[in-house]
Design a protein around this ligand. Structure first.
Ligand code: GLU
Length: 450
């Protein structure tokens, strides 16, 4: 089998959300699992609505998710290819000019429905004479251009949905070029898929209805049997009814990143929701690759609860090893030889990576101790064992403090925690204490900021 080439083709008219991430990751996992290539293609032929800043934010978001495209292209730089394809279709008589206004088409549709006919474009424009064209253009009308569909049933084996078909007799000839000369999405998409050698088109099921038209275009422009394979996955929907929309920015990848959610939690939720594998924390995208199978994506709706992201993100952090987070800890200013034991000590206490900073201050920086009973704290300080300390030091020390002061349970441990960390709760002190060290521990037990 030749290695797959896939594309993720967002229009840069807003920020991508977790539902778009699902499509991007499905493509990425599908291609990379088999050593294939992933193209990021900006569908930016709509020059009015497309923005470079959105294109850039989409690339940044994908990178954050762990997707590095093999190629990034912009349709706005490829108009010559679309013009050439349009010309070829016109010459073959398969792209024909029409002059009906939206109003006229609407009235025609209503009449058809009233007569019990399917509201399909009647191809009246194909009967126009040369004189008609001249008259209409003299009236100031500009044509839009429709692709002449062959009246046949198009069949394909969908990678997700299985055997599928659409009867093209039930479709209107699609408009490929608007009257202002701009392209709708269909033609540039097919022209690029051919030019880039796309082998698999994996996208949301909102595009199923475009597939028959696109397969006809593939066959016209590049020959019978030349269409890529198609897979249409169900769309992610939030169970709380919060809509996913590029325009509203709801659950945008940028927003989730800024909220401190782990990218692997976003990826796990985006990919595993609605699959046969239940949603669980992962420590790398490779972990998803092992079990990923488009054929196992459910056809039912893929509902998720956005609140799940917080706990999944925390569980993700708890499972990551220090190498996975070292660069990000460095960005927070956390570096040095103690990083590995520090990370082991604190990770299971974090809800976001950012929180590690607080505990770093506890072991390396300064904190204000909380002393409830200075007599008890001083007595405990006097019993601190000599260094070097290890994970047994805490239990050895507290056993002595218990013996000397008669305190036990919460009355013993809680004041020590408050004094040593300034916090009510946190990571296991057995692991923190050796990192805090005797000088700081002693100073804090005596109530000094250190
Ligand atoms: N720009 C289209 C979208 O974002 C691409 C659809 C496709 O993958 O063909 O929905």
């Amino acid at each position: 089998m030749i290695a797959p080439v896939v594309r993720f083709a967002p229009s840069p008219t807003g920020r991508i959300h977790i539902g778009n991430a699902r499509t991007a990751l499905f493509n990425w996992l599908f291609a990379k699992r088999s050593g294939g290539r992933f193209v990021l293609r900006f569908d930016d032929t709509d020059l009015e609505r497309s923005r470079e800043e959105f294109a850039q934010s989409i690339a940044v978001d994908l990178n954050w998710l762990g997707i590095q495209p093999d190629l990034i292209v912009r349709q706005s730089q490829r108009f010559a290819l679309y013009d050439a394809a349009a010309q070829k279709l016109k010459e073959a008589g398969l792209l024909y000019p029409c002059y009906e206004t939206a109003d006229e088409l609407d009235r025609r549709r209503k009449r058809q429905i009233a007569r019990g006919q399917p509201p399909v474009y009647d191809r009246a424009a194909l009967n126009l004479t040369q004189a008609d064209h001249e008259r209409l253009q003299a009236e100031g009308r500009k044509p839009h251009w429709r692709f002449k569909l062959e009246s046949k049933t198009i069949e394909w084996v969908d990678l997700v949905r299985g055997p599928s078909h659409i009867d093209c007799a039930s479709l209107s000839d699609p408009v490929l070029i608007r009257e202002d000369g701009t392209y709708l999405y269909t033609l540039p998409s097919v022209v690029d898929d051919i030019d880039m050698g796309i082998t698999h088109v994996i996208r949301g099921e909102d595009h199923v209805t475009n597939t028959a038209v696109q397969i006809q275009l593939f066959e016209t422009l590049s020959g019978a049997g030349k269409a890529p394979q198609f897979g249409h996955h169900n769309l992610l929907a939030s169970s709380t009814g919060e809509g996913l929309s590029k325009r509203s920015g709801a659950l945008s990848i940028t927003g989730l990143r800024e909220a401190g959610i782990e990218s692997l939690a976003v990826a796990a939720l985006a990919v595993l929701t609605g699959s046969s594998d239940s949603v669980h924390a992962i420590t790398s995208l490779d972990a998803l690759m092992g079990t990923f199978d488009l054929g196992h994506v459910s056809r039912n709706s893929a509902k998720f609860d956005p609140a799940e992201l917080d706990s999944l993100s925390a569980r993700t952090l708890h499972a990551l090893d220090v190498e996975a987070v070292r660069p990000r800890l460095a960005e927070l200013g956390l570096t040095g030889s103690d990083l590995a034991p520090f990370w082991l000590a604190v990770r299971s206490n974090l809800t976001s990576l950012q929180d590690a900073k607080l505990w770093w201050d506890v072991v390396q920086g300064q904190i204000t101790p909380v002393i409830e009973d200075s007599e008890f704290a001083s007595a405990a300080a006097a019993l601190l064992p000599d260094e070097p300390w290890d994970q047994q030091s805490w239990s050895q020390w507290t056993a002595k403090v218990k013996e000397e002061t008669g305190r036990k349970g919460k009355a013993l441990f809680h004041p020590l925690r408050l004094a040593l960390t300034g916090q009510d709760q946190g990571p296991e002190l057995a692991m923190l204490l050796p990192l805090i060290g005797k000088i700081k521990a002693s100073a804090r037990l005596h109530g000094r900021v250190s």
